[in-house]
Design a protein around this ligand. Sequence first.
Ligand SMILES: [Zn+2]
Length: 600
Amino acid sequence: MSRLLEMIAWSDEALERRVLDSISLKAPWPVVEHLATLTRLSGTPEERRAVELLARHLEGWGVPHRVYEPECFISIPLAASVRCNGTAYRAKTPAMSVSTGDEEVTGELAYVPGGAAGSSPGDVFSAGVEFGGARVAGRIVLTEGMASPGKVKDLMAAGAIAGIFINPGQNIHEGICTTVWGTPDLDSAARQPTIPVVAVNYADGQALIRAARQGGRAGVSTRLETGWRTIPVLVAEIPGTRAPEECVLLHGHLDSWHTGVGDNATGDAAMLELARVFWRHRRRLARTLRIAWWSGHSHGRYAGSTWYADTHALDLARYGVAQVNCDSPGCRWATTYDHLSAMSETVPFVDAVIRATTGITPQPERPPRAGDYSFNSIGLSSFYMLSSTMSDTDRAERGYYAVGGCGGNIAWHTEDDTLEIADRDNLLRDMRMYAASVLRVLNAPLHPFDWTRTTAEFRQTVGGYQQAAGDQFDLSPAREAIDALEAALGEFYAGGPARGTARGATVRRFNAVQRRLGRLLIPVNYSRMPAFWHDPAINVPPLPDLAPALALPRVAGDPAQRGIVRAHLARGQNRLVWALTQAREVVLGRGPLTPPPARP
Ligand SMILES: [Zn+2]
């Protein structure tokens, strides 16, 4: 086995068996049942009771923990309605919509077909609207899909005065429609939605489409409570024994829509069980494990995890090994790990640990811009978001459409996300899978990540962009920098510390190089913003600064537009090549590692 493979497949088999054997449903299942009775809107008393429930368990086991009380920008939907031709239709408004209060926005309906629904949960979060020349300014736009931030942004830009989203089924799904990631800052505050937005179900949507085709008018009203609220963020910390400054963050949201059993009571209970089991084996853990239960996920666009990223940014930048998200594990009929989020460098590791613990071959995908991935601009290696899910064929056979959680159950974000969505066997399997994954990252002497997977991904991405650009723009500087880094990585891994013989300082340095690679290579692939700032909650394409190459064929005949795109690509390529060059220096042992330690 090569040193790289040995590093990725590392496990302490005896300890792993003991940890996995300690995991049971005894504590977590009653927690799922209890959470199934609590509607956990962010910053409300019922959510507080859920925090107390978890904290009581941690207290009982002696797990060190703390409840933080940040003040965040939160939006709670209260009521909504749509009136058309004398009929009142049932509607829901997403968090962060404009609240019309007692007023009503009235106008002519403009129907814009929403296009084919995507097949992946990522599409639920990131799709936009194609207007196809339809006149929408000054009108109420009626379109298919979830009231997602990308679509609402497009509606606002086109001058619509309100949006009505036709959900694909009988139920109306709750959601949040702002592109502002976490609590707003001076740069992002202006992106707050400025129009009222509602969703209706499929049948009512068809009636509204008929009205729109006859030039009908509608009235939309919404009521929300939006403003600053104190929200609870519960964090448990189990200190490592050998490299306590290096930490792994396991996290998921405690707040919910309705009783949110599949999304995310199962995840909350799973993380609680992992806290219990890892605390029990704490003397055998090399690195520090932090487990966080967020509020503000559903009603503040990841406000809790964003606050945590802001508050612990420098520590995470220095010592964060990985962030592992836990959302919607243990759901009914969830027999696959298809559409599993994992950054490229973690894919071989994720594949090995999931096959070893479950016998299932996962199908990892690029993480979408969603799900508490509030650490991308810091550059933390990341894996998992949504957990196990039903297969695409299974979903098609049930006549289900794609949703963003609950293992593919369409009870997601509705009143139906109740106890029947959780599955004991699947929860046990997923807890074991998470425990093995976290244990290996905590204890592997060398971080088990393969950065040549990242350079391979970059090469493929740049190849696709070059093909689109043709002779309109030259991306060979990027290609050459990728090749140079990959060659250096080959030597780095071949000459890495060998098993059993490595001395402490060598190992620490090797790991510091790997973490520094994350800080350099993840931001250019997942973020357009400077480090520590948060990109909007809309799709970020791979190597986003170079993605406009895809537009070059379209603007080839328009010198003004072509000039703008080329200038953008020149700057974007500089950013990428600079990051790749620094990464190579670090790998060759010539570049700086992390800034001076935060702790004495
Ligand atoms: Zn969720």
